[in-house]
Design a protein around this ligand. Structure first.
Ligand code: ARG
Length: 590
């Protein structure tokens, strides 16, 4: 029997894996580095977690003259060889060697209590990544930020928050489309409208309208088109007058984007396409040296195995494009910024583009082909936002929906609902305003995040603002209710944390406790697979488990009051961390 060994860091799953690892070493000493396969039990009656190594181990060792006579005896031996551990209450072997573990209820309670004392940050998963870049939002200058960019902003922000919680150094990059041939027509049109070159935002008004008008000129007037094309050359050649006009247009757009970010509480650092422009020639040189770039129909391209169309890196007119910029940006991120995980958040429509330039980077030896190794790149694709008619989401005028308007409407509707509940009389105007904002914006974010990002989702205010079902409104109210239970008890929770003790006597208490303890491994899974919906599911489940607990177990005034209040507090703490990661502001009273 191995020594009792208690390493109480890492997620529940990891801690259990460590215990099993010791047993595996003793059980099959000739099989080095067997990775323990630990998973929650699918049937809760059989246990909490199970170890699934016996079957695969058996097929490995059966030809090697082993003393074991089948997978079940292997499982029995793994169980026998388990070191003594505080974690485990009992084990049993089922079927072809599955080892079911019932965790010690005392240990669950102790672990939650420890989190309450040491803080939820001690539950952060440990990832192998040191520095990640999340490239998200990334709208295009002079064009309206549309719902697709809203999805990218919301999903990207959550991914960044997940990684930040896991102590990864995250660079939040706004790869704005601020370079390209469209600037020729925009600048020429600006010169036409404002010959003296003095403009401010009010003059231009809605940039999108300005964009459309200049496009109209471009399409209708050959002479204008000529000038616009010339303007691109002057801009790219760095001519002062053109650079200045370009900078003005960018600045106006930026202010519009900033309004949306501010409302959403999203922080981004802009490094637009133009930033990488100076790095393109040397990047392409590096790829040429590796023999990756070929000439094809006057353009310079990289052929990618399995793809009919090559990746164009220099256009026929000698200009660079989206792909050349992305290659230069990747080079910069790997070599200058030393990122080991680079994550791109865009609609699934761009999957092909990312697959192609990732493959080029692999062929160049910039990133390993094995996707389990670092540095690594990931494309986080997402589906469309649909309207109630099942078509791409648009407003009545069939224009793209303005984000600011959407957020306004969500807030207005929440405020109306709060007023209806009599809150205008109960709260200060600021409280009303802040709660409406937290719930309204939270609802828009959560409705997006709770779906598997690859699926399309239907934007529907009535659904997302419903106070029942899997919505932010429901969850925020649930949190506020827990806070109010604690407040109404009149107890000082800090004192209880120091002096009280959690006991999980009833079944519902234990279930809630175990679920709380699974938070770290859920965050880890959400990080590894870049899936925020996993965390949403966890959160919804948590509030359901809390509801069962609360309906079965009296809190205030019961003999177990102290323990139960601590369990309420732990639930609220974990819920708030979930809200934080999802970019939702919690509310404390309702
Ligand atoms: N490195 C990147 N390609 N990031 C994504 C850019 C998204 C692009 N500006 C768009 O609106 O579609």
């Amino acid at each position: 029997m191995a020594d009792a060994h208690e390493d109480n860091t890492g997620s529940l799953k990891e801690q259990l894996a460590k215990v099993f690892e010791l047993s595996l070493k003793v059980t099959v000493p000739d099989e080095p580095e067997v990775v323990p396969l630990i998973a929650p039990c699918s049937k809760k009656e059989t246990g909490d977690y199970q170890c699934n190594n016996a079957m695969s181990l058996w097929s490995k060792i059966k030809g090697k003259g082993t003393e074991f006579r089948g997978p079940q005896p292997v499982g029995q031996a793994i169980m026998r060889n388990l070191p003594a551990s505080d974690m485990i209450e009992s084990c049993s072997v089922a079927g072809p060697g599955f080892i079911n573990v019932k965790l010690s209820t005392k240990w669950i309670a102790k672990s939650i209590q420890k989190m309450l004392t040491d803080g939820i940050d001690t539950w952060a998963p440990k990832l192998l990544v040191k520095r990640a870049i999340v490239d998200f939002s990334s709208p295009n200058i002079a064009k309206e930020m549309h719902v697709g960019h809203l999805r990218s902003t919301i999903i990207g922000d959550t991914l960044a928050r997940m990684l930040e919680y896991s102590k990864v150094d995250v660079l939040r990059r706004n790869h704005v489309g601020d370079w390209g041939t469209q600037f020729g027509m925009l600048i020429e049109y600006l010169f036409e409208k404002f010959p003296d070159g003095e403009v401010n935002d009010q003059d231009i008004g809605e940039l999108e309208v300005f964009y459309k008008a200049s496009k109209q000129r471009f399409d209708d007037d050959a002479e204008f088109k000529e000038r616009a094309q010339q303007a691109v050359v002057s801009l790219q050649g760095g001519e002062e007058k053109y650079r200045k006009a370009w900078a003005q247009i960018c600045e106006i757009s930026r202010k519009g984007f900033e309004k949306v970010y501010q409302r959403l509480g999203v922080h981004l650092e802009e490094k637009g396409e133009s930033f990488y422009n100076p790095y393109i020639p040397e990047t392409l040189d590096l790829l040429k040296q590796k023999g990756l770039i070929e000439e094809s129909e006057g353009a310079q391209v990289i052929f990618i195995e399995g793809k009919k169309i090559p990746l164009i890196v220099v256009k026929r007119d000698g200009g660079f494009n989206y792909a050349s910029t992305d290659l230069a940006a990747l080079w910069y991120r790997l070599n200058k910024e030393k990122a080991d995980w680079i994550i791109y958040v865009t609609d699934v429509g761009q999957r092909e583009h990312f697959e192609m330039f990732f493959t080029a980077a692999k062929r160049a030896g910039w990133i390993p082909t094995d996707e389990n190794k670092y540095p690594k790149t990931s494309h986080v694709g997402f589906g469309l936002v649909l309207g109630d008619d099942g078509k791409r989401f648009r407003t009545r005028s069939t224009e793209v929906v303005k984000l600011v308007d959407l957020l306004d409407e969500a807030k207005t509707r929440c405020k109306a609902a709060l007023v209806e509940r009599g809150k205008a009389a109960e709260w200060t105007p600021e409280e009303l305003e802040q709660t409406a904002e937290a719930v309204g914006y939270g609802a828009v974010k959560y409705a997006d995040l709770k779906n598997n990002r690859l699926t399309n989702y239907t934007f529907n205010f009535d659904q997302m603002l419903n106070d029942k079902g899997n919505t932010a409104v429901y969850l925020l109210y649930a949190h506020a209710r827990i806070c109010s239970i604690i407040r109404k008890s009149g107890k000082d929770i800090e004192e209880l944390k120091r002096e009280g003790q959690i006991k999980l006597e009833k079944d519902e208490e234990r279930k809630l406790g175990l679920h709380l303890l699974q938070f770290p491994e859920v965050v880890e899974e959400a990080c590894t697979n870049l899936l925020p919906n996993v965390l949403c599911e966890y959160l919804y489940d948590l509030s359901e488990k809390f509801t069962s607990f609360y309906s079965e177990c009296q809190v205030v005034g019961s003999a177990e009051e102290i323990s139960r209040l601590l369990l309420c507090e732990a639930t609220a703490v974990v819920m708030r961390k979930c809200f934080h990661i999802l970019g939702i502001t919690p509310v404390y009273k309702i």
